[in-house]
Design a protein around this ligand. Structure first.
Ligand code: HGA
Length: 605
């Protein structure tokens, strides 16, 4: 999603800004731009193509400057055309980049039109630039602080002004922004990752903060306008670009990285110890009587899978809710419920807002399952479990999902133990199974050639149905989501028992039905559902565990999974669905790592 980079230095900073945008490219964007302070005010270059195109433009230009801001845009208001690309200018005096949504932009636009401002873009962002211009009285920092009091919504901004060389002002409310500290130069970005190579010292701005970067320092004011001292953190882990290696796409690489990611995520403890979740987890877990899981997209499906584990192993009532729904509905808070938020980036706007909403309702105990240790979500929660998936570049999540599942299984087992529902034998059994998981995954990945053969067939379809039962129902949901996201084939998932209550009407030869068939207690029921599809001429594609006795037949295509994996089976069964979506998308020639209209790190509502 949108990325911001800003810099103040005594050297030409255009290459720093462009490199920063390059590092943020994986989040997805539809246009990009850069502005620097020239002798007569800000000058900019913008592109509706890739950052590489912007780079070529600034070299041809050439664009040079020591104070600058840059942006990758994922449009929310106004089409992805050059006029809407950031940096947005006001009267060739103020230049601004923005991440987020200004909800009251219409009334602000009317007010500013009344003052003579002319709007040249369809963005909500343009009101911020004009607003800052309208209140500027010689000090940009003060003007930004004054202007933001009129904004409703979410934003991270970086601004420069014609009359203030060596100054970039930033502000955040609901969208991430970090300051990078250099020697005689300072930076701003929506993610520390953007500044790898420039600095390893960062300040993670807090909600409501406004900062001013100059050559020799950074000044920060909190939401009340008081000078704020923020902790400087050393973040070295961001170095090095991620290489594609022998893979065609990052998504494929990330699918194949899952055994390693899971190995790194499994706790190195000999037991399911509360300390895995941080200091204070023992106390917090002892006080809770239920769980409320809040998440979006793929993370929501990991939460849905976890519900089956939490209720069956730990016997603890668990509710899973889509974050964007929870944050806006009236709910009945239970302060004894542990709120679990799940997000790869830890910056997902809806999940972060849902967490804060839960806290405002009196929820005391909170836990983040996240892949980024420095993220807003980890900082906002009492407890956390960090997955070690490593950087995920593909917009369609894969290794982040399976490592979240590992984290949530560990949570279920830890709570089961604490609540007296886990025998020593079960505990060592689960630990052993977790440790064997990477090897089991390798055998599933070896199925790739068989899945490629199926994907040819799938690539010619426009619809698909996914079926699963019990804890594999969320896996069917995830499989359908993957296929939609990257191949643009319409896919729906149902609990197999629901088939006859509606979706069976859709089944024809043209509608492939993908079925997840683990060898568990629901197998016989699932076999009946399979027959229901066959009886209607449907084409079934079944991922069946060994010993299920489901074999290839007319209208029935089977890929045999290497082994049944008990409670952890969802982690194995999702992998062939990822591969099926991936190879189907390749066969259709889509932009797999950057599917149309989608973005990574969804930092707007
Ligand atoms: N609302 C602004 C910025 C969008 C954004 O933050 N995307 O991630 C626009 O549409 O330009």
């Amino acid at each position: 999603m949108c990325g911001i980079v800003g810099a103040v230095a005594q050297r030409n900073i255009v290459s720093v800004l462009i490199e920063g945008l390059r590092r943020l490219e994986y989040r997805g964007y539809d246009s990009c731009g850069v502005a620097v302070l020239g002798e007569n005010g800000p000058v900019r270059a913008r592109s509706v193509a890739r950052v590489a195109d912007l780079d070529a433009q600034v070299h041809e230009g050439p664009l040079k400057g020591r104070t600058g801001i840059a942006h990758t845009r994922w449009a929310t208001h106004g089409a992805p055309v050059t006029d809407n690309a950031h940096p947005i200018f006001s009267k060739d005096t103020v230049a601004l980049v923005h991440n987020g949504i200004i909800e009251n932009y219409e009334s602000l636009r009317e007010m500013l039109r009344g003052k003579g401002y002319r709007f040249v873009s369809q963005t909500d962002t343009e009101v911020i630039a004009h607003l800052i211009h309208s209140v500027y009285r010689g000090d940009l920092f003060t003007a930004v602080r004054e202007a933001i009091t009129q904004l409703h919504g979410a934003y991270a901004i970086a601004v420069l002004h014609k009359d203030q060389p060596n100054t970039v002002v930033g502000a955040r409310q609901g969208s991430p922004l970090v300051v990078g500290l250099g020697d005689g130069e300072n930076f701003l970005a929506s993610d520390a990752l953007a500044l790898a190579g420039s600095t390893e010292r960062f300040i993670f701005l807090e909600e409501g903060d406004v900062c001013e970067l100059s050559l020799d320092g950074v000044r920060i004011a909190d939401r009340d306008g008081n000078d704020a001292q923020r902790e400087v953190r050393q973040v070295a882990a961001y170095g090095g670009a991620v290489e594609l290696g022998p893979y065609r796409h990052f998504m494929q690489k990330e699918i194949f990285e899952q055994p390693r990611a899971i190995t790194d995520t499994i706790p190195q403890t000999e037991s399911f110890d509360t300390s895995i979740f941080g200091e204070g987890a023992a106390d917090a877990f002892a006080q809770i009587d239920s769980l409320l899981i809040l998440a979006c997209g793929t993370s929501y499906y990991s939460g849905l899978t976890a519900k089956y584990w939490l209720e069956s192993i730990a016997k603890i009532p668990t509710q899973v809710e889509i974050a964007s729904e929870y944050r806006y509905r009236e709910s009945v808070p239970n302060p004894k419920s542990l709120v679990v938020v799940i997000s790869q980036s830890g910056e997902t706007a809806d999940t972060l807002a849902a967490l804060k909403h839960a806290q405002s309702l009196g929820h005391k105990h909170t836990l983040a399952v996240c892949n980024v240790g420095t993220s807003a979500m980890v900082r906002q929660t009492e407890l956390s479990f960090l997955t070690h998936a490593g950087r995920e570049i593909g917009v369609a999540s894969t290794k982040a999902f399976t490592t979240q599942l590992v984290a949530l299984f560990v949570l279920a087992a830890t709570l089961a133990k604490l609540r007296g529902h886990l025998s020593d034998e079960q505990e060592s059994g689960y630990l052993k199974q977790l440790r064997h998981l990477p090897a089991a995954l390798n055998s599933v990945l070896a199925l790739e050639p068989q899945i490629i053969a199926w994907s040819e067939e799938f690539s010619r379809k426009e619809h698909a149905l996914f079926l699963g039962r019990g804890m594999h129902y969320p896996i069917a949901l995830e499989g359908a989501l993957k296929l939609k996201e990257i191949s643009y084939i319409h896919a729906e998932a149902y609990p197999a028992g629901e088939l006859k209550h509606g979706p069976l009407a859709l089944v024809t030869e043209a509608m492939p039905v993908v079925t997840v068939a683990p060898n568990d207690a629901l197998l016989e029921k699932l076999k009946s559902n399979i027959q229901e599809v066959r009886a209607r001429g449907g084409q079934l594609y079944v991922f069946a565990d060994a010993d299920t006795k489901i074999v290839n037949d007319e209208g029935l295509h089977v890929i045999r999974m290497p082994e049944h994996y008990g409670l952890l089976s969802p982690i194995l069964h999702v992998v062939p669905l990822q591969l099926l979506a991936y190879h189907t998308a390749c066969a259709r020639g889509t932009d797999v790592d950057k599917p149309r209209n989608l973005a990574k790190s969804v930092t707007v509502e």
